[in-house]
Design a binder for this molecule. Sequence first.
Ligand code: NAD
Length: 283
Amino acid sequence: MTVNHFEHLKGKTCVITGGGGILGSSMAETLAAGDINLAILDINPDAAATLANRITGEYQVKTMGIAANVLDKKSLEDARNLINQELGSIDFLVNGAGGNSPKATTKAEEIIPDMDGLWENTFYGLDMEGFRQVFDLNFIGTLLPTMVFTTDMIDTGKGVVINISSMNAFRPLTKIPAYSAAKSAINNFTQWLAVHLGKTGIRVNAIAPGFFLTNQNRFLLTDENTGELTPRGHKIIASTPMGKFGNPEDISGALLFLLSDLSEFITGVVLPVDGGYSAYGGV
Ligand code: NAD
């Protein structure tokens, strides 16, 4: 006899923010394959709608693509009303919206003697507006949807929130201080909220993906013209014990495990899916 440990997920409803993105689409597909109804939220309406249409055509689940901004509470509340009307109450939330921007990235990895006129390439030249945008997108963009989409879970006394962290949360990578600080804040918030909601039946965990080649980092890790690894890409591969980048589908097992009752006594953890990157001391 075979046992399907994920059978109880069938017919549940999950909201996934940033669902039109690379990791978001892959996670949405995993959920649809597990017969979980989906509300795919994205600031890019076409990305959300295209994915929702594809999933509706391929899987036996109800799927909605909704344009929503994770930094705008009203737009999230409007989305929740639509979801409640179409799909009923919300069981799961995956906070997938996030990313970095060149506006919050230093050109120089570190300050060296004789920087001459190049200070604008360092910490001292960081554009505060860009910094705030990236920090807010990742951190406030996790906090606000959690505030809006877990109220149904409070009512039903059961639910799961999955935040999407990063390797930067454990130790920051060079050049991207806003993104690193925000992902670190997500880890801290994951623990804080797990405690705060500990007796409500809602579990709060995070997945920290290692390095996946996606829109966000493609041209930091590979050369735009040749497709060859950049020096930074080489460093990452050398620091990943499994010696490769991840595929978006590599997240699916961790996602299903943390959503399912297999993990019913697990809350407040950050699970790396990183080919060993976070375990490696570099020597
Ligand atoms: P992606 O850019 O492909 O997807 C992000 C999605 O979020 C996009 O569809 C975008 O339109 C949407 N979005 C942006 N701003 C939004 C807003 N204000 N409101 C709603 N949606 C918004 O990026 P990805 O690589 O799929 O990353 C997904 C998540 O995984 C992010 O949180 C990212 O930080 C994290 N992550 C990615 C990697 C990686 O290697 N790609 C590694 C670690 C963590």
